[in-house]
Design a protein around this ligand. Structure first.
Ligand SMILES: CC(C)(COP(=O)(O)OP(=O)(O)OC[C@H]1O[C@@H](n2cnc3c(N)ncnc32)[C@H](O)[C@@H]1OP(=O)(O)O)[C@@H](O)C(=O)NCCC(=O)NCCS
Length: 164
């Protein structure tokens, strides 16, 4: 813990490298998700197989932020359906927040989606997520209050475990 704190105290945005996420990152990224309070982790979608399917379907779009010591400190699952882009599990480890890492990862995803010919991105931020909502508002993403969000579950085994 002491070593971790020492490393964190000297980190600056410049020491962070953002690159595409690969399946080799999966376990470390999954462990990071487990540390993000409020995240909903889905048993099927977020399993190794689920993420592999997502990444193979959306090659090169998801990103991780890597610190100088090689630790993954942030990530975004990014994809599209040929029309709309989508971002999931946007996160930065607590100790690395407010350094611009989240914003820089979003910029990377936006650029990658634009190259794919995608014109719009949608994402969900729970109303209870004050930090997440402040972040998107600060990035000037448009808040939609004129539509409701609907979903239909096609797989009862895909249960969500919320991180306390
Ligand atoms: C949301 C999150 C990814 C932001 O990551 P981050 O690296 O700390 O954000 P950045 O440093 O890039 O901040 C970008 C802008 O948002 C603002 N911002 C970020 N967190 C904020 C907060 N808690 N309160 C107010 N503003 C905030 C920053 O001040 C910055 O604006 P600035 O350039 O004017 O200073 C991070 O807080 C996180 O992982 N939260 C938990 C998971 C989550 O809620 N994800 C979003 C799901 S919708």
């Amino acid at each position: 813990m002491a070593i971790e704190e020492k490393q964190i105290s000297k980190v600056t945005k410049e020491e962070i490298h953002i690159r595409p996420m690969t399946m080799e990152d999966y376990q470390e990224v999954f462990d990071m998700w487990q540390s993000i309070s409020g995240f909903g982790i889905r048993s099927v979608d977020d399993s190794r197989e689920g993420i592999e399917r997502f990444i193979n379907r959306n090659p090169g779009l998801s990103v991780v932020a890597v610190a100088e010591n090689g630790d993954i400190v942030g990530g975004i699952l990014c994809g599209h359906d040929g029309r709309r882009g989508c971002l999931y599990h946007v996160c930065v480890r607590q100790e690395y927040r407010m350094l611009g890492i989240g914003q820089e990862m979003v910029v990377r995803c936006k650029e990658a989606l634009k190259k794919e010919g995608v014109n719009k991105i949608n994402l969900i931020a729970f109303r209870s997520n004050a930090v997440g909502n402040k972040f998107w508002q600060r990035l000037s993403w448009k808040f939609r209050d004129d539509c409701n969000y609907y979903e239909e579950n096609l797989n009862k085994e895909n249960v969500t475990n919320f991180i306390p």
